[in-house]
Ligand binder design. Structure first.
Ligand code: GLN
Length: 245
């Protein structure tokens, strides 16, 4: 095969709720259908992260308990590798609990978990009701992603995330809660690093984002050739309908 997408999943056994691992399966399939190779590696607790070892780094959602285990490892063992990867333009996708750990810190009552400091955000665990439900957001990742698009999925988080002054959100909330239920923003985007609260799983419901990630990770300037996306389009429409957008 001419080209291979190399994906590294961080803590795939601990950070994988709501079938977040399905996102990886979708990436694999969409590569295979186009004759692009797919190589999946994992980096778990205590294992160093080779920043050159993958084109796309993925971290899924997790409970506070599992995040606690991963937070220190991410901030200490994998920090350098992940920063090096992002600096050279590798794609990073982090969902929910993983998203929270991309920032500066996650405060849980008296305890403050360190973030990996890849992006400027901090998260505070709230005692107020969890932010749960179907969500749709409006996103613009530029021409190659087709301009303004919609992402639809499901969110369930107790943490409220606040972006730093210079940070760019991933999108604007159309329906649902987003980062903190107050400012109308969802997720974060910094060059090729994407963080979001959207599970769903996210990529099967939003195949266009999967294609943007693949193209970005492979360093392609042009969009990937289209596929027959009848099922994917139906999943997207249904997710939007569920969110009421
Ligand atoms: N434990 C985090 C929170 O509740 C993230 C949960 C998740 O990944 N769904 O805010």
């Amino acid at each position: 095969m001419a080209e291979t997408l190399r994906v590294c999943a961080l803590y795939p056994d601990l950070m994988n709720i709501y079938a977040d691992r399905g996102n990886l399966l979708l990436l694999q399939r969409r590569c295979a259908w186009r004759g692009i190779g797919f190589e999946l590696t994992a980096s778990g607790l205590g294992e160093p992260l080779d920043g050159d070892g993958a084109d796309l780094f993925y971290i899924g959602g997790g409970q506070d308990r599992d995040q606690r285990l991963c937070a220190f490892d991410l901030a200490e063992v994998k920090r350098e590798g992940l920063h090096a990867a992002a600096e050279r333009g590798a794609a990073v996708l982090a969902v929910c609990g993983g998203y929270q750990l991309l920032g500066r810190s996650y405060e849980l009552g008296d305890e403050t978990l360190p973030g990996v400091g890849l992006v400027d955000l901090h998260t505070v665990r709230s005692d107020a009701p969890r932010l749960i439900g179907n969500i749709a957001i409006e996103v613009n990742l530029g021409e190659r992603a087709g301009g303004v698009r919609v992402l639809a999925g499901f969110e369930n988080h107790g943490g409220r995330t606040h972006l730093g002054p210079a940070a760019q959100p991933l999108g604007r909330v159309l329906k649902g809660h987003g980062n903190n239920g107050e400012d109308g923003f969802e997720g974060i985007r910094q060059r090729n690093v994407i963080g979001t609260y959207m599970h769903g799983p996210l990529l099967p419901k939003n195949a266009w984002l999967a294609d943007w990630l693949i193209a970005t990770a492979l360093g392609r300037d042009a969009p990937l050739p289209p596929l027959d996306d009848a099922f994917e389009a139906a999943a997207h429409v249904e997710a939007r309908r569920a969110a009421g957008a």
